[in-house]
Design a protein around this ligand. Sequence first.
Ligand code: TMP
Length: 212
Amino acid sequence: MNDVVGRFVALEGGEGVGKSTQARLLADALKARGFEVVLTREPGGTPGAEAVRGLLLDPPAPGWHAAAEALLFAAARADHVERAIRPALARGAWVICDRFLDSSRAYQGGAGGMLDADLLQLHRIGSGGLLPDVTLLLELPAILAEQRLARRDGGASDAIGGRGASYHGRVALTFADLADAEPDRFCRIDAGGAESEVHRRILQTLGLASEC
Ligand code: TMP
């Protein structure tokens, strides 16, 4: 995209791996270095996309079927890209995004049964196919992620987070396959250990560690 001049970083991974914390720490570190940073999330990031988030995570009964769910995620993303991400990148800001397209490919695709080609086609239609410059995949063994989630949410989960171990196992496998397939865009981050340690790994991966 020739109008994109900033740096677009997405954080991806399953539930409870620490994406939101690490996105915030990364945004703070970049701001401390004098960069303009837009810290945002999916689904969400604009008023319209936040409204769709509510429909997705707390759906009216009986919930969405797979294709409708994928379309809603793509619609929220289209609004987010058009109204928040592209303008930020065009003015030279860094965009740190807690989840992006690869979450749809892992959750609605690998775990939910939608074809990856169809999800990419929706993304092309809705968002011009915009991809992050770097996708940080945070990885943690399932048992440790469950413990973190229990500490954070006390067992409460939304409509997608509560889908069960086999669904979330397929999510993790799909993320790993996506990272293997696109090694130039994905960086796999060991999300185990202290927050500060994971943060250090991320800064190192992005070539920012020496400026700490
Ligand atoms: P989170 O913001 O707390 O991670 O919650 C978002 C939930 O939505 C999480 O369970 C992952 C899920 N999700 C998808 O299924 N597809 C997507 O494209 C995105 C962005 C999130």
